[in-house]
Write a protein that binds this ligand. Structure first.
Ligand code: ZN
Ligand code: ZN
Length: 277
């Protein structure tokens, strides 16, 4: 895969690692799809009735054996790609039999991470790394869950979901959107389950502000397709890839990683992505 040059240099191998991770997850998703599926609901109706992401309304059961197998595969992947994690990986492998997979998956799927701290201490692994490992193992399952809803949600008007910075399926916080080449409509992207949902072009995804002149965008010189929309009311920012500038789509999962310079640009100017909300 081609890599573009960005204004801020990323650590060597950083983007390649995430490209390999995404390919690996795609392969695992294809493999898992043969045996794993989730009951389909009327998503639009469910969202409208409960005003919560799908995973918080319906109990999603992740098959424990499959998750455990995938976790083992992911640990091997990680050891090969990032040898500096091998000690932590070994600690997890050694405790595999005692891991409470149902608790791990049922908590993570609703973005509850409180259980991780004790477990991380017992395993002698940092809680950040443990969260990364468990959550990235969960992602192929979440993408299988989200896949049946992607087209219908892309076709919906934005007003069918009222928390545009939160993924309506998996509840993760989104930091990036794209403006569609054909009509400039804005779609939020979830890099956890790959869901996309429409939101208004000029309406702050955090506070709902639509006042003229209080939402504008910043970008880096000669880099017109990569933008940051900022809101003067709540000081929020949203990274955006404008397909109209290039006529082409990009992989938003990788773009989100590559555009750390846009986060820096926005944060330097006093804006924030409301990560804690
Ligand atoms: Zn999601
Ligand atoms: Zn705002």
């Amino acid at each position: 895969m081609m890599q573009r040059t960005t204004p801020v240099e990323l650590p060597p191998g950083y983007i390649v690692f995430f490209q390999n991770l995404e390919s690996w997850q795609n392969e695992q998703e294809i493999f898992l799809k043969k045996t794993c599926s989730f009951p389909k609901v009327d998503l639009v109706k469910t969202l409208a009735a409960h005003k919560k992401p799908l995973v918080r309304v319906k109990k999603i059961n992740i098959p424990a054996e499959e998750y455990k197998n995938l976790l083992l595969k992911f640990l091997s992947f990680l050891k090969a790609e990032r040898p500096d994690t091998s000690k932590a990986v070994k600690n997890i492998e050694d405790h595999m039999a005692s891991l409470d997979i149902d608790t791990i998956t049922s908590q993570l799927i609703i973005n509850e991470t409180g259980f991780l701290n004790d477990l991380a201490r017992d395993l002698n692994v940092s809680s950040e790394l443990l969260l990364f490992i468990f959550d990235h193992t969960l992602r192929p399952f979440l993408r299988i869950l989200a896949a049946p809803y992607r087209e219908e949600l892309i076709a919906r008007e934005y007003n069918s979901w009222e928390f545009p910075s939160i993924c309506p399926v998996c509840g993760a916080k989104s930091n990036i959107s794209r403006l569609r080449a054909e009509d400039g409509h804005r779609f939020m992207f979830c890099d956890r389950c790959f869901m996309e949902w429409e939101t208004a072009y000029l309406r702050c995804v955090y506070c709902g502000n639509t006042e003229p002149h209080t939402i504008r965008y910043l970008n880096v010189e000669n880099d017109d397709a990569y933008q940051v929309y900022v809101c003067e009311k709540c000081k929020g920012y949203l990274k955006t890839y404008d397909e109209r500038q290039t006529g082409t789509k990009v992989d938003l999962f990788i773009t989100n990683m590559e555009t750390i310079y846009l986060d820096m640009l926005a944060q330097e100017k006093g804006y924030q992505n409301h990560e804690d909300n």
